[in-house]
Ligand binder design. Sequence first.
Ligand code: D54
Ligand code: ZN
Length: 276
Amino acid sequence: MEVKYAVHPDDAKLYDTQRIRKEFHSSDLMGEDAIKMIYTHYDRFIYGTAFPKSKSLSLPTYDELKANYFLERRELGIINVGGKGTVTVDGEVFELGNLEALYVGKGSKEVTFASTDGSDAAQFYLNSAPAHKEYPNKKATRSDANIVELGAVETSNERTLYQYIHEDGIQSCQLVMGYTELKKGSVWNTFPPHTHERRMEVYFYFDIPGDNIVMHYMGQPQETRHVAMKNFEAVVSPPWSIHSGSGTSNYRFIWGMAGENKAFTDMDGEPLQGVL
Ligand SMILES: O=C[C@H](O)[C@@H](O)CC(=O)C(=O)O
Ligand SMILES: [Zn+2]
C-alpha cells in the first residue's frame, strides 16, 4: 500500500502544489482488474478501490497491517460507483447496484469483488478504519439512506447528502460514510466550510462529467490551498483542515470519516468572511 503520513499544519502551509498533492491527494485510483489501497496515518484510515472488470478480485492482506486477513482488526465500507456487481463476504453474496453501499464488519475473512457485466463493470470505492467490535454486515440502497438536503440554488450549493454508515444508520465502530450529490447548476460542496478536530475525512470525487474539474479547498481556515480534482480522485482532509470544493459543473463525491466520534453535527463551522 502507498502510505501517507500525518502532517503538521505549520508544515503544510509551506508546501507547494506537488508536495500538497503527494501528501494529501490520489489520482489514478480506479485501475482495471486491480485493488488499490492507500494507508493514511490519520486515524489509520485506509481508502481505495476495487475495479473487477474481467475477473473477480479478492481483498488481500498487506504487510503494513501485520494481520492474517484485512478485516482482522478493521471494518470496511463500500459504495459502488459503477455498474452492477457483487461483494461476497465469507460466502454470503451481496448485490450492489450503482450508488448502493455495504458495511463489512470486523472478523470477516474473505471479501471478493465481481462485476455482473464486464462491459458495465462495478467500481467499488472502499473505506476502512480500525475496529474493536463486530457489527453485522449490512447492505443499503439509496432509499435506505438518511437524506439531508443542504444549500440553495441562489448560492449554487444545493445538494443532497445520502448517509449510509452513520450514528442513526448502519452501525460501525468508527467509520462514517455516504455521498453527496450536487443539483444541476450547483457547484459548491460543504460551503460554508467546517473543520472537525475529532475526525479526519477523505473525499472521493466521481461523476464529474467530461473535462470538468472540481477545485477542492483545504488547509486551516485562515491558510487555505486549492487541490485540482478530476474524476475518481481522492483528497485527504486532516482534522485541522477545511474540506470544500467548487466545480465547473455539478458532480458527486463520497465522504468517509473516522476518529473520536461519529456525530455529523460535531463540526466547527467557519464563517465565510473569516476564510483566507
Ligand atoms: O463532515 C461532513 C462532511 O464534510 C460532508 O458530509 C459534508 C458534505 O458532504 C456537504 O456539506 O456537502
Ligand atoms: Zn467534514
